[in-house]
Design a protein around this ligand. Structure first.
Ligand code: SAM
Length: 260
């Protein structure tokens, strides 16, 4: 992928209402999905190794906390949105969770996930489906848990995702989101900034031969709503008992809301 693939259409005269963020840039809403798709098509093969390198393995701890909080039980079904290469779905199943539908808008990410599932012997109770989290092709009130990990910031209409998650949840069901958030420890900020904007793109270039995608990933973290704003979006979508937990000084956060 080259830097040019991030360029908005020339001559675009979109109004602010028709625009959305793509990292630090403003692009027309209809341009974001193909741009995000290009990022994940490009990084799919190196996604898992890059996650370990970029987070120094810490994403594994965050995901473990997230899955434990999701509360896997054999009788509960899970819809994993933006499931990528499968960490959340696999954690759920290994933790004793019930029927799981692992979804993502990118077939390239799901295909890496399917190969990983096979190699880990995770074949029963797991299905795969290409799904746009903004328009979930499931009936109302049909699943017990909906998860999205590091996916919401890549979606164009984040409120649509949260509303859709609530719609497909059974009463008593829970939606949980794990996402990068706002650092709350002042001393951490300069180190985190240097890591995000200098080290990450350089490592993306070195390991995945793709500086631009990792520059986007760093930028998309900074344009994502902070902890309180996201909690308010959950409430606005009709979720109840909304709460959140910051992780690693606010680098990431887990948000949770129930459909009552
Ligand atoms: C950073 S990865 C996260 C993957 C996985 N959940 C994890 O935690 O490792 C973000 C994923 O969001 C997916 N994605 C982006 N926009 C999406 C959308 N509108 N609907 C569903 N998935 C989407 C991408 O294809 C990508 O696989």
């Amino acid at each position: 992928m080259t830097d040019n693939s991030f360029a908005p259409s020339p001559g675009s005269s979109a109004s602010a209402a028709e625009e959305t963020d793509f990292g630090f840039r403003s692009v027309r809403k209809e341009e974001k999905k193909p741009l995000v798709r290009a990022v994940f098509d490009s990084v799919a093969g190196k996604y898992d190794v890059m996650n370990d390198v970029m987070s120094l393995g810490i994403h594994r701890i965050w995901k473990r906390i997230f899955v434990t909080e999701l509360g896997p039980q054999p009788g509960l079904s899970l819809l994993d949105l933006a499931g990528g290469t499968g960490d959340i779905s696999f954690g759920w199943l290994k933790g004793g969770g019930g029927p799981t539908v692992m979804t993502d808008i990118n077939a390239s990410m799901l295909s890496v996930g399917r190969d990983r599932a096979l190699s880990q012997g995770l074949v029963s109770d797991l299905s795969f489906c290409v799904v746009d989290a903004e328009a979930i092709p499931l009936k109302d009130m049909s699943v017990d848990r909906v998860s999205i990990a590091f996916g919401l910031r890549n979606c164009t209409d984040k409120m649509a995702v949260i509303r859709e998650a609530r719609r497909v949840l059974r009463p008593g069901g829970r939606f949980m989101c794990l996402e990068f958030s706002r650092v709350q420890v002042a001393a951490l900020s300069p180190i985190y900034d240097a890591w995000s904007f200098k080290v990450l793109p350089a490592m993306g270039n070195l390991i995945a031969k793709d500086r631009a995608s990792y520059q986007y990933l760093a930028e998309s973290i900074r344009t994502f709503p902070d902890q309180e704003t996201l909690a308010e979006m959950f409430r606005e979508a009709g979720l109840s008992h909304v709460r959140y937990q910051s992780l690693s000084g606010g680098i990431a956060a887990i948000h949770s809301g129930w459909r009552l």
